[in-house]
Design a protein around this ligand. Sequence first.
Ligand code: PLP
Length: 405
Amino acid sequence: MSVPSPWRADFPIFSAHPELHYLDAAATAQRPSEVIEAIGAFQSGGNANVHRGIYRLAEDATSAYEAARDTVRAFLNAVSLQEIVFLPGATAGMNFLADTWGRQNLNSGDEIVISEMEHHAVIVPWTELARGLGVKIQVAPLTADGQLDMDAYRALLSPKTKLVLVTAMSNVLGTAPDLAQVGAAAHEAGALFFTDAAQAAAHARLDVQALPVDALVFSSHKVYGDFGSGALWMRPEQLAALPPYQRGGSMIRSVSWEAVEYLDAPHRFEAGTANVVAAIGFAAGLRYLERAWANGAQAHETRLLEDLLERLGAEEGVRVFGPPSTAARGPIVSFTLERVHPHDLAQVLDEHGVAVRAGHHCTQPLHRHLGIPATARASIGVWNDSSDIDALIEGIRDARERFVR
Ligand code: PLP
């Protein structure tokens, strides 16, 4: 099967590196020309600080920044701009939630249910907070094929559960849990449900009006935008009740020596100078992604995923992790090659021009559960085509030749 990509030419990185087979979208997406141009256009023709100046250039910059917020709002189908907070990324979003909602709402004896496949960006802020507060962490286990074990998950829920944290897509297994079921069960137990959409946002529609989710975070650089931006979405009634995260300029209504009055959401949560350039790149990335989806990018990725799973599965000594069905997963595939360390494998693949990630992918508890220290991971973006998978398979065979003797 040969699957070409009509989007590949949009990415200048492949002109700079014609031999590159970039299979590391899950680490960061490559940037299409229009995102690079949108950033450049702001830098060269629109640069000014936002929410400050009353001259034209500054007002235009403010409008561009708020228009970027509206692009994020529309992408998530959120109702209002007040629900979207710009933060540096998904990690910052989870730290925000732990430090604000967590500190305000959790008490000793409460419980948090957290899935076994979470990224350290979720595990670290919440487990550290829980330890400090005397909150119990309940780990929701996975089935043998890397899906959330829904029965075991439901059995962990109780009146003590205040929060459920389940990723919208695992960055290792590709698993895409049924968020509707996860959220509904959390709500039935009286808990809130926050999800890490850092990976899912690049591959699946996340409609916050339709999903029973209370907060969601994701990063610009994984959805074709630039580094340095990301968004937190939270139900407005929850967000409005939160204390500020950081304090300083741009987030206050009035300041005196005696008292400080804060602005409403979202500005109350965006202290200091905003990363306007990153927000503009973020919005340009989302516009690009929306257009790619409208032109069939999701089906393209699924075709490549099917091919990837089938071909990896047929390779001698290769063990593939995560759900076998493409219906239950996104285009992120971790695997091992018998008797070859993933780092060695990644190095051989690099000699073939294939960029994959190798390591624990910031999921040490998951790798401990899998019983291995590391995996190699191939992940797909809209630019990928069959030649990338051909090169990956060739590289794996070469590594086997060299190491397994
Ligand atoms: N969550 C998941 C599932 C991720 O894959 C990542 C990044 O790799 C993050 C969170 C953290 O995102 P960022 O590093 O952009 O804050």
